[in-house]
Design a protein around this ligand. Structure first.
Ligand code: TA6
Length: 300
């Protein structure tokens, strides 16, 4: 089967991979492979579902999420680019997650599926006057999920970049989990603007919105049901940990009142003190590998 949008060459789709529309007319790449089932929205290149065979889902999506065309999706991995949060004027978390992407390559073997999408240079130039970027994303899906956001400065001048792979992870109960790997790490508390040092594992008893920085190691989400989800990053010296808790949940789009209990964002980022400046011609790759790990002896 072929997939083609306006001015691009047709992309051959391997067996089990097809373009579909949901009941609201939003386009998705549906992946039904022996190793993994997944779905990626073409708008935003937004992976909403990823479940390796024989495992639980790697990503969380709100039960209230209608996945309407032209709207951000509450869950999966929103691509925050070329700015994180509201660090620049314009849509929160930048333009990538609200823009139509093009499918540029799909391949598969017995163990995995690889998908590459691009954001048209013309669209970037229109949305970001005076800036020249090349932006591609690669998904490698199999027994785990690897997402890589590839940014190239196509201009003649240095260009500022902050970004995040805003991964929503599933948890059985937010007050039952902990996050290991950030012990003694300094973080910027987004709620107070203060710098703090992480004491022990991260546990959740209230709204939590933190940018941990000067950190590039593995982060492990330990659930009370002994499920472990590992997040390993490349090209990232900061990681965002976010749970909206009760009050903020009420102000979020497409977010049920109890959704906060069953999700946690652990985001590979270049955010806060880890924001970057790309020199002309420089390419930066931001990667996140999300893996369900064998339960270990971590006591929650
Ligand atoms: O990554 C955490 C954060 O910046 C929070 O402050 C909250 O705004 C969250 O992202 C969700 O943002 P969104 O624009 O998707 O509602």
């Amino acid at each position: 089967m072929q997939s083609q949008t306006s001015a691009q060459q047709p992309v051959q789709l391997p067996a089990g991979i097809r373009l579909i529309q949901n009941q609201h007319g939003r386009d998705f790449l549906q992946i039904d492979h022996p190793a993994v089932s997944a779905r990626i929205a073409m708008e935003g290149a937004h992976i909403t579902h990823c479940q390796p065979s024989g495992q639980g889902p790697l990503l969380w999506i709100s039960s209230d999420e209608p996945e309407l065309p032209g709207k951000t999706i509450r869950g999966g991995i929103p691509l925050c680019w070329p700015w994180f949060s509201n660090t620049r004027a314009g849509p929160a978390h930048g333009i990538a997650r609200i823009s139509p992407w093009q499918l540029t390559a799909v391949s598969s073997n017995a163990d995995q599926v690889s998908v590459r999408m691009s954001l048209a240079n013309s669209l970037i130039a229109q949305a970001l006057p005076g800036e020249k970027w090349q932006l591609d994303v690669e998904f490698v899906l199999g027994s785990d999920l690897m997402v890589t956001l590839i940014t190239r400065n196509m201009g003649e001048e240095p260009q500022a970049l902050s970004q995040a792979l805003h991964s929503y992870l599933p948890v059985s109960g937010i007050d039952q989990v902990m996050v290991q790997g950030l012990e003694s790490c300094t973080y910027l508390d987004q709620l107070t603007g203060h710098l703090q040092i992480q004491q022990g594992p991260v546990r959740f008893t209230a709204e939590t919105d933190r940018i941990y920085f000067n950190h590039s190691g593995e982060v492990r989400l330990i659930d009370a049901n002994k499920q472990v989800i590992s997040v390993q990053r490349e090209g990232s010296d900061s990681v965002v940990v976010w749970n909206p808790w009760i009050e903020k949940s009420l102000r979020l789009s497409h977010f049920a009142s109890d959704d906060y209990q069953h999700m946690l964002c652990i985001e590979a980022a270049n955010a806060g003190p880890d924001a970057r400046i790309l020199e002309p011609g420089e390419t930066h790759r931001l990667s996140s590998r999300i893996t369900r790990d064998a339960a270990d002896n971590s006591a929650v």
